[in-house]
Design a protein around this ligand. Structure first.
Ligand code: SAM
Ligand code: SF4
Length: 474
């Protein structure tokens, strides 16, 4: 049975909860995934169309190696045809791990007495950011626990501080944040500090499961969190990232929850999320989970491919929670951003003694601890074009992922040249000889894909970068 028409949020649904678990379960239980239908859905997506909840449920329900392979292949094709081979790089910077919440899956939860609590001082933030700049980072996401110490004013202060830290050719050009939700006034304060994306994960979209995992603290209020991005929009923040923590509840439900959230934002504010994240639960100190909903590798790979097909013009973020081999594979299905050189312990970027993870000081265990240089080296070996581009955000071109996808020639005019220029800077300032050798080859290959005029002006800018100029972009 097909459910149609679907419930879409309408403008008067602003600020109102939009998840109906029965609706989502109905899609999952009553959508049959025969081969023909699965192929129809994949080809709709390859025609650059957003999928509905019902169509996404068709893919979610598809079983059998061949059919699932077709989904993965579809995602690969969509990525290659539409996005090209750029991968944007960033790093997380934990500012403080004080927290009044009690999330059962998190090492920072208030009831975890073994956690060593710390908030970086301004001086420590400066040392950390300088160390990140020395590695070549240009884009950071600042992360905070939920605590009265981390008010909107404090967070705005840290964002402005980070933008002001410059070392040599190093500077942070885009500061995103992952922080607990604010009221509208708080969002306004944070927005005015110049953040790139405001990111928040619903963790699980299932209200009952949510209640269980969040027994106390402000975060126990499911609806306050669910409507956070409505308040952000009301406060003028239209660049937002959503996510679900896979492993808390049935992955199929979460995929449709993410899609429902996207529909809600698009219908109410005319702009969907800039990014979707799909972290999987990793080991943490005093974790309180039974592992019932642990998402297996195969399901994880399938769900990333489904998300790519369902929301072709939304950025997908894959983090160092995943091991290098999983990252390598999943990258092919349309991931657009990854972190590199990630460290979670507060203060550890500037403290090179400390290489091992220390779980009483960190939120969870990561599975990819390679340096940024190593991650870039591998990307280049696999013919990806690593990018530190921050151009759209700084030129006021919001909705960049949508434009990449829908404005003819946008990628060739802006994204590829800007990726080439930021990679050129990286090679000149931070690249090893090996990275330089591979990097210039990848750059040349990508220059060949550009139209003559833009190719020439990109080459001119590369020459200027080689001579010492920085921050050139289109
Ligand atoms: N305190 C803020 C909040 O809860 O919104 C910031 C978020 S937290 C520092 C970043 C995200 O990490 C969480 O939203 C959650 O999805 C994820 N996370 C928490 N514990 C995790 C674990 N054990 N494994 C993987 N990811 C985890
Ligand atoms: Fe605190 Fe966030 Fe961890 Fe929950 S996930 S305990 S709110 S830091």
């Amino acid at each position: 049975m097909r459910f149609s028409p679907e419930k879409l949020s309408i403008p008067d649904q602003r600020m109102k909860p939009f998840i109906d678990p029965d609706e989502i379960w109905n899609f999952i239980h009553n959508t049959s995934p025969d081969k023909i239908r699965v192929r129809e859905v994949i080809s709709k997506s390859l025609g650059k169309n957003r999928l509905t909840m019902e169509e996404t449920a068709v893919l979610v329900n598809a079983v059998g190696t061949d059919l699932v392979d077709e989904i993965r292949q579809g995602a690969r094709e969509l990525k290659e045809k539409v996005y090209g081979n750029r991968i944007v790089l960033f790093a997380p910077l934990y500012i403080g791990n004080r927290c009044t919440n009690n999330c059962q899956y998190c090492g920072f939860r208030v009831s975890n007495r073994e956690a060593v609590r710390k908030t970086l001082s301004d001086e420590e933030i400066i040392s950390e950011v300088e160390a990140l700049e020395d590695n070549g980072q240009k884009r950071l996401i600042l992360v905070y626990g939920e605590h009265p110490d981390y008010s909107a004013e404090y967070i705005a202060h840290t964002v402005k501080l980070v933008y002001g830290i410059k070392k040599g050719h190093g500077e942070i050009r885009r500061v995103n944040i992952n922080a607990a939700p604010f009221d509208i006034e708080g969002f306004r304060t944070v927005g005015e500090s110049g953040i790139g994306t405001y990111q928040i994960f619903q963790e699980t979209y299932h209200p009952e499961a949510y209640k269980w995992y969040h027994p106390s603290g402000r975060k126990k209020d499911y609806e306050w969190r669910l409507t956070a991005l409505d308040r952000a929009q009301e406060a003028g923040i239209d660049d937002v990232g959503i996510g679900a923590l896979f492993g808390l509840y049935d992955w199929r439900f979460e995929v449709l929850g993410l899609l429902r959230h996207t529909n809600h934002l698009e219908a109410c504010y005319n702009i969907g999320p800039h990014t979707i994240s799909f972290p999987r639960i990793k080991d943490a100190l005093s974790l309180n989970l039974d592992g019932k909903y642990q998402t297996a590798d195969d399901d994880f790979k399938k769900l990333v491919a489904i998300l790519r097909l369902a929301v072709p013009y939304t950025g997908l973020i894959l983090t160092a929670r995943e091991a290098p081999d999983v990252r390598r594979e999943v990258l092919q299905y349309g991931v657009s951003q990854i972190d590199g050189g990630t460290k979670l312990e507060l203060g550890s970027y500037s403290d090179s003694k400390n290489e091992e993870q220390n779980l009483n000081r960190e939120q969870f265990k990561i599975s990819d601890s390679r340096s940024l240089g190593e991650v870039i080296d591998e990307l280049l070996s696999n013919d990806y074009l690593p990018s530190f581009c921050t151009s759209c955000y700084r030129m006021g071109r919001t909705g960049e992922h949508f434009m990449e996808f829908s404005v003819p020639g946008f990628i060739k005019r802006f994204c590829t040249p800007n990726a080439i220029l930021t990679l050129s800077e990286y090679i000149c300032d931070y690249g090893t000889d090996e990275v330089a050798e591979k990097g210039w080859k990848v750059i040349e290959k990508n220059l060949q894909k550009l139209d003559t005029g833009i190719m020439k002006s990109t080459r001119d800018k590369i020459e200027r970068i080689r001579k010492g100029e920085r921050d050139l972009y289109f």
